[in-house]
Design a protein around this ligand. Sequence first.
Ligand code: P71
Length: 464
Amino acid sequence: MASEATRHRSWAEPYKIKMVEHLKMTTRAERDAAIREAGYNTFLLKSEDVYIDLLTDSGTSAMSDRQWAGMMLGDEAYAGSRNFYHLEEAVREIYGYKHLVPTHQGRSAEHILSQIAIKPGDVVPGNMYFTTTRLHQELAGGRFVDVIIDEAHDSASEHPFKGDVDLAKLERVIAEYGADHIPYVCIATAVNMAGGQPISLANLRAVRALCDKHGIRVIHDATRVAENAYFIKEREPGCADMTIAAIVRAICDLTDGCTMSAKKDALVNIGGFLALNDDDLFDAARNMVVVYEGLHTYGGMAGRDMEAVAIGLHESVDYEHIKARVGQVAYLGRKIHEFGVPIVVPIGSHGVFLDAEAFLPHLDQDVYPAQTLAAELYLDSGVRSMERGTVSAGRDPETGQDRRPKLELVRLTVPRRVYTQAHMDVVAESVAEVFDHRDAIKGLRMVYEPAQLRFFQARFEPVA
Ligand code: P71
């Protein structure tokens, strides 16, 4: 028998469930009809036809009783809502940025920032692209340049900080284009497209020093900063005794502002903001928010939404919360990995990323292995996932050719505080089932392709 000192002690979710939403179970025949109807694109499925929805962790988390109570305190004044001031206070306290421009979600903050900071011909270096971020940079006449370390593009590399910037790459970009053509360096925490991989504080400090030398701003995509902070606490030398809040603050203090989709870390169903330290940039952003979003004291959110974000920001830096959140994702990842299924390692913070290229080695990228795998998983069990490969990468705006990303992934994204460990078991077993029958899986061909962000609405048919 294990002695008390060596006995394994489990952890559990630091909350209990107060309200439940029933899930619809479907038959294979029903799923077959539903995915065909959806053009083999999980974005086009009706949520009603989905059993466990791991499409995204964006806007899908469960709010706390405190957040719901905050919703009842909405001050729905057109101007100067008290909830705006609460949100401003929370952003100043937790992130430390001076000015706040509320927006209805993350991409609107990216839109405003891109329009005010980027001139045609500029380049924006960043630690891997994100779809909406890069598109807004391109729409403003800029071009995204990837400066993440090579390990980030290798699904098998166990590097603990695959979100780190390769400083030599960044230096080369600065030498080639000149600081005048670099409006800012874009630093994402818990890098989404790399698999939810963190950047280290040490690397961010070095990025800051290099940018200071050249007078270049550092703008932070803070969407999942608390998750990144958890990995820093776990893995970075000297950080184990820091609180999550202190690490979040240390990250933000190394940057000049952020774009934020509050739909992730901040545990709300809708919301976002742009936060800036620079007075002039803030002034320009505030002028622009009234054109596209709404008055600068609500920016596309209701008062109640801003209150929920303010409370959610505080909850996001709670250690027990973030440990359980990242822990649940790790549980799912380990379970899938034990079945021998190829996944991105280390397991990221917001989801488990299946390596579709290694899963379906007999399929060429031209027949969209990740898109195909996402459809097969839905067919097997009604679990909805998201393609993060060739379809998401889109076409190069200059050549018009499909980009062929090194990572051809399917993301199983876990909403916060929504599913139980038993749901994770069901998901892992379904992935294993599809893996057992992988040789029989054929690819897809695209039969409809939208001009922008094609992954949202593209339609496919099975190849013969
Ligand atoms: C995610 C999303 C939502 C999404 C966006 C685009 C395609 C598919 C799904 C949104 C992010 C994000 C980062 C790092 C900015 C946004 C945009 N992620 N930065 O992962 O992850 O925020 O959705 O609030 O506009 O499913 P927004």
